[in-house]
Design a protein around this ligand. Structure first.
Ligand code: PLP
Length: 349
């Protein structure tokens, strides 16, 4: 039996919630979507939540809301999901790649500053792998920052929730995320004008005016699953902590993420390690031979799809880092198998 990298965690609560929505006869965007928007906005301490169809549509609409126009530049990391690149391209803006720093493995404020020009209209700052990064330094530069908590719902910076800092923030409910509902996304803001725009633009029907809108709505079935997953978040986090403690007892300072820093607290979405003598590919292969699915935390850094870009830290992280299975549904048997593998390959270092 192979230990997967991730398996979703569903209970009778999600099943009952979905059945209730179906029984109600109303499955389109409605009461459950509104409830999810309210609960999550409260959780991350923003005034408004606007649910949409995916994290990518959340990013695209956030850029539109901030009036990022064709030809404007948007700074993004390359060590991230390609969704960021797609969102910037969707508004015909120019993605500009910045490197990561080596403490939290997130956007390096110094490199963001170097990449800023008069055309820079926004920065997208994802806290990757559940680990918050130095977003406050980037906010100080005075350009609107979209805080991307697709991977970091539940993480904290100085005891405040990740997501509360950006001019606009976004989340994702893709199947493998901390709150997994198949697909789905959400945008957060404190600005009433942006909220009105986002509620309007996500749906096209029955309007008094006509301008290019989209269909990026969430439905009540998705929202009902996401709501139950949000309610179970403390339980999920507790289990992730238990698993991480076991890994940490073997890995010690080979753990790269979560970073030991009480001010920048990870939600334990990912546990990322590197081996001094092995590349990521070699470790992944070793895992395979032992029935354990290890993965690169990022499939391929975005700048590597293009010639002539060079981001030193991003490339070195990508060559060495692997992500271990850590998910709430993991059985003790699976955790022990991963831990035995770690003992075999990391304990003598
Ligand atoms: C950091 C980050 N931002 C945005 C997204 C896009 O989210 P979605 O898959 O819901 O479109 C993802 C990937 O899922 C992501 O990891």
């Amino acid at each position: 039996m192979i230990v997967p990298h991730y398996r979703p965690s569903f209970s009778i609560r999600e099943i009952t919630a979905v059945r209730d929505v179906i029984d109600s006869g109303h499955i389109a965007q409605g009461k459950r979507v509104a409830e999810l928007e309210f609960a999550l906005a409260e959780f991350i301490e923003k005034k408004f939540g606007i649910a949409v169809s995916s994290g990518t549509s959340a990013l695209t609409l956030a850029l539109k809301a901030l009036k990022v126009l064709p030809g404007d530049e948007v700074i993004i990391p390359a060590y991230t999901c390609t969704a960021l690149w797609h969102a910037v391209k969707a508004v015909d803006a120019i993605p500009v790649f910045a490197d990561i720093e080596l403490k939290y493995w997130n956007l390096d404020p110094g490199d963001v500053k170097r990449k800023m020009t008069t055309k820079t209209k926004a920065v997208i700052f994802p806290h990757m792998f559940g680990q918050p990064g130095k977003i406050l330094d980037v906010i100080d530069f005075g350009v609107p920052v979209i805080e991307d908590i697709a991977q970091s719902i539940g993480a904290q910076i100085n005891d405040q929730p990740a997501g509360r800092f950006g001019s606009v923030s976004i989340g994702s409910f893709y199947a493998t995320k901390v709150i997994g509902a198949g697909e789905g996304g959400i945008i957060f803001t404190n600005d009433k004008t942006l909220e009105n725009y986002l509620r309007d633009v996500r749906e096209y029907d029955e309007k008094e005016t006509l301008f290019p809108r989209v269909n990026a709505k969430m439905n009540d079935i998705t929202a009902s699953i996401a709501l139950e997953q949000l309610r179970r978040l403390p339980e999920f986090t507790a289990r992730r902590k238990q698993i991480f403690k076991q890994y940490e007892s073997v890995l010690k300072d080979r753990v790269l993420i979560p970073v030991r820093d009480s001010g920048f607290q990870s939600n334990l979405y990912r546990c990322i390690v590197s081996h001094p003598e092995k590349t990521a590919e070699e470790l992944i292969q070793l895992g395979k031979e032992n029935g354990i699915t290890l993965r690169k935390p990022v499939y391929k850094p975005i700048h590597m799809y293009f010639k002539g870009n060079n981001l030193k830290n991003t490339e070195s992280a990508w060559k060495k880092q692997v992500s271990l299975p850590i998910f709430p549904d993991m059985t003790d048997f699976e955790v022990n198998r991963v831990n035995n593998f770690l003992k075999q390959h990391f304990s003598q270092l």
